[in-house]
Design a protein around this ligand. Structure first.
Ligand code: ASP
Ligand code: MG
Length: 820
């Protein structure tokens, strides 16, 4: 035999009630025995009744309108679900009940006072009306339904609004009642009961579940079915964690912990009567009736995850009471908590360090000021004598609880929890774990709640898919190529590397687009141009911080000088950065160092492999040598693809200007080729390498032996520059000729040795590793303690959108594996 309970949304409207009726009819067709059906008030009605009561008490006549609204909703159900000829009788009963409510409220408005006792009576009308109407609907469908006012069944004490059920009397009343009803199916008002003096009481908000459980236990039901509007209990609140999923089976204890912590699926006291009689509770969805939902019972099936669910209380305050006078003194906490109990302040979480210097506990924010007053009065003497400092209150906090029986026997869960919060920059303010080991609770700042929940859900439940949230600034050639590459690898990364990449923000010089739900990589360009707003980097960064998503990565694919100003604040907000932009690392040494420190402090990544040699593994190799304790003696390198190309192409019979023109036409140079020929870009790269090798160098420490004659540098325009270049052709021919005479080749080489950086045009002989360099390749040679005899050489294409994007991509993916 089953007891069914339908919640407020299930009985909200005629349309929904049809679904309830069909679930009941289905059971009957299947031959299931139904013991009772418990109903809530139509959703919203209880809240409205409270408001109506308050309005009446302040003599605000508008409450009458709200009553009409409630009456109307019930009339509509009658009109759509009951045959016309039976309607008038039901209208009359509803009207009669509503009149009773109006009389009561008239009384309230006359005495201008709404006691808890009266409010309970006012609230009782919600369930009474819904049961009245729905029992009639069922009757008209041939079900032998019978309206049952739970006030004749549920006996409680007189704590109005939160009455305690008196078990023995209640069970007796239930047995008596059920012995008189034969085969009828009682439609029972949830939520309400009455005292021995016949005063109406309520069991606490959401209490209809509890009514069903009390009935089920008293009747020894096989199942207590709680029909609601979600597919059972979930691993987290799906409104906050979109990846949350259903939990098919769960123990009473776990359900108790989770439901205490905000998972509003079931009213916590409900579990107790069912638990005592070992009756399984099933949470089912009226709007998705074929879903298996969640079964709550003594045992749960083996699961793939060590924890069962994550839950939260979104808004709490923490009270801290501390002082040297508390150390080793017995009775402080006894006094503290008995005081709180006396004033009926419920404590959500307690934490005391073993030094006994302080105790902190969490309470609901609405109690904060009162608690301070109460405690300051109670501990006045201790405060006066300085044994206890002032009572401090910290606001805008949330509690997150990880719950699961599986945590009992396994270690490392707290470690995993703290590490994921740490990596995402979520500060933990207090911690509590009960010795039952089925709940670890942490207190954090409220603005980190969503990030923390999602990051935790990700590591505990989706180890098969870690998520990286990307913000890309600079959608030029490199940025676009990067997104293409990511799109092409998306499935592979998801299935083979358990990495899900989500593009959250993208911007070019004109427009920017941010969407925390993700931007589809197949049509980001269309979305950027149709939905994008005018680019503003401060606004972009503000949004990024506002979303506060876990595992965020900012990618700067520009050569902009101002964007790096945001790096440090971003790192401090626990956002990793990947960039080919050299500006940040090649400015003043102090700036470089500050960023390095920020990454260490925050435990995030700042990766810039593509600062030097595009995708070639230069910086990674260098860092690897450094961390393994090698020492750098010399770095020699050709770091400009442009200059490489120019000197590989320059040969007798062709003018130097011609070669530079050709390089420009092929897109190998900057618009003004002097930027390449000046050696500035190479200077930045070698400076970065020297710094990575542990040397404290400033940009001014780089000596560039200028390659261009003064007149070329001074030329007022690009065409004028080319003219000057032609005019000076003999100078370049001469350089070339001298090199040829020695059987050497011209190379534009950057060298770091003995703490000095030089950049110059050199000619190298056959024996030199740089002699046989072709096309636009880069080459780097590291001479170290360990690579002394023969240096370590890295060579290959060091420029181009494709290889640069590849390097950026590799950096991004490496952040993903760091998160595991
Ligand atoms: N109607 C009551 C409330 O809204 C009880 C319930 O729905 O369970 O709290
Ligand atoms: Mg590189």
């Amino acid at each position: 035999m089953n007891v069914l309970k339908f919640g407020g949304t299930s009985v909200k409207s005629a349309e929904n009630i049809k679904k309830v009726i069909s679930i009941i009819l289905n059971h009957r067709q299947n031959g299931d025995v139904l013991g009772a059906v418990v109903l809530s008030a139509m959703s919203g009605v209880t809240n409205q009744l409270i408001e109506i009561g308050r309005m009446a008490a302040t003599n605000n006549p508008d409450y009458l309108e709200l009553i009409r609204g409630i009456e109307e909703r019930h009339f509509n159900v009658i009109k759509s679900l009951i045959p016309i000829k039976e309607q008038s009788k039901v209208f009359a009963t509803v009207r009669g009940t509503v009149n009773e409510l109006e009389d009561l409220l008239r009384g309230v408005s006359l005495i201008r006072e709404l006691s808890d006792r009266t409010l309970d009576l006012v609230m009782s009308f919600g369930e009474r009306l819904s049961c009245l109407v729905i029992s009639e609907c069922l009757k008209s469908k041939g079900v032998p339904a019978r309206f049952c006012d739970a006030r004749q069944l549920i006996r409680t004490d007189a704590q109005f609004s939160m009455a305690e059920v008196e078990e023995t009397a209640t069970n007796q009343q239930i047995k008596d009642y059920f012995s008189t009803i034969g085969a009828d199916l009682p439609i029972v008002t949830g939520f309400i009961g009455s005292t021995a003096q016949n005063e109406t009481t309520t069991l606490g908000r959401g209490g209809s579940d509890y009514t069903a459980s009390i009935l089920g236990a008293a009747l020894n039901a096989d199942f207590i079915d709680i029909w609601t509007d979600v597919d059972g209990m979930m691993t987290a609140d799906p409104r906050k964690v979109p990846n949350a999923f259903n939990i098919p089976t769960i123990t009473y204890a776990e359900a108790m912990e989770l439901s205490h912590f905000g998972a509003k699926v079931i009213y916590p006291p409900t579990l107790q009567p069912a638990f005592a009689k070992n009756i399984p509770i099933r949470i089912l969805n009226t709007f998705n009736a074929s879903h298996e939902g969640t079964v709550i019972s003594r045992t749960a099936d083996r699961r793939d995850f060590t924890i069962t669910g994550i839950s939260s209380i979104d808004d709490i305050v923490l009270v801290n009471i501390q002082g040297s006078g508390m150390i080793g003194v017995a009775g402080v906490s006894a006094k503290l908590f008995s005081t709180l109990a006396h004033y009926k302040i419920s404590v959500i979480l307690i934490s005391q360090a073993s030094s006994e210097h302080s105790i902190c506990f969490a309470i609901e924010p609405r109690n904060a000021d009162r608690v301070r007053e109460i405690l300051e009065a109670e501990f006045a003497t201790e405060i006066l004598h300085g044994h206890i400092d002032n009572i401090s209150i910290e606001r805008d906090l949330s509690i997150i609880a990880t719950v699961g029986e599986g945590m009992k026997k396994s270690s490392g869960i707290a470690g995993k929890l703290f590490s994921v919060l740490g990596k995402n920059g979520v500060n933990i303010i207090a911690i509590a774990q009960g010795s039952s080991e089925i709940n670890i609770s942490v207190v954090i700042n409220k603005n980190n709640l969503s990030k923390a929940l999602n990051a935790m859900h990700n590591v505990f439940f989706q180890s098969e898919a870690r998520i990286l949230n990307l913000y890309l600034v600079g959608a030029g050639l490199i940025g676009r190529t990067l997104l293409q590459q990511i799109q092409a690898q998306y499935e592979y990364l998801r299935t083979e590397k358990s990495l899900r990449i989500c593009l959250v923000g993208v911007s070019n010089t004109k427009k920017m687009l941010l969407d925390p739900k993700g931007i589809d990589l197949t049509n980001w360009q269309e979305r950027l141009s149709s939905e994008g707003v005018t680019t503003s980097l401060p606004a972009f960064v503000d949004k990024l911080k506002d979303y506060n998503l876990p595992n965020s990565v900012f990618i700067d694919c520009t050569a902009d000088k101002d964007i790096p100003l945001f790096y440090e604040p971003l790192l401090n907000a626990n956002v990793s950065i990947v960039t080919p932009n050299k500006v940040a690392n090649s400015g003043p040494y102090a700036d470089y160092k500050r960023l390095q420190r920020a990454t260490v402090r925050r435990g995030v990544k700042f990766l810039y492999e593509t600062n030097v040699g595009a995708g070639l593994p230069i910086i990674n190799t260098l860092q690897g040598l450094m961390t393994s304790g090698d020492r750098f003696l010399k770095i020699e390198a050709i770091l400009s693809g442009t200059l490489s190309y120019i000197f590989n192409t320059f040969r007798p019979g062709v003018s130097f200007a011609e070669v530079v023109r050709e390089a420009k036409a092929k897109g190998f140079t900057e618009p003004d080729p002097r930027e390449d020929l000046s050696g500035m870009d190479v200077a930045r790269k070698i400076l970065i390498l020297a710094r990575e090798a542990g040397f404290e160098l400033e940009p001014s420490d780089v000596t560039i032996n200028n390659l261009l004659p003064e007149s070329c540098i001074a030329a007022p325009s690009i065409p004028a520059f080319f003219e000057e270049l032609e005019r000076n052709n003999a100078f370049f021919e001469n350089l070339l000729q001298e090199a040829e005479n020695r059987n050497e080749k011209l190379r534009y080489v950057a060298t770091f040795e003995n703490g000095k950086v030089t950049i110059e045009l050199r000619s190298v002989g056959f024996e030199h590793p740089f002699y046989s360099l072709s096309g636009a390749d880069n080459i780097i040679s590291f001479t170290t303690e360990r690579y002394k005899e023969r240096p370590l050489v890295i060579k290959g294409p060091g420029a181009g959108a494709e290889v640069t994007a590849t390097g950026v991509f590799a950096d991004v993916v490496s952040i993903g594996s760091y998160l595991a």
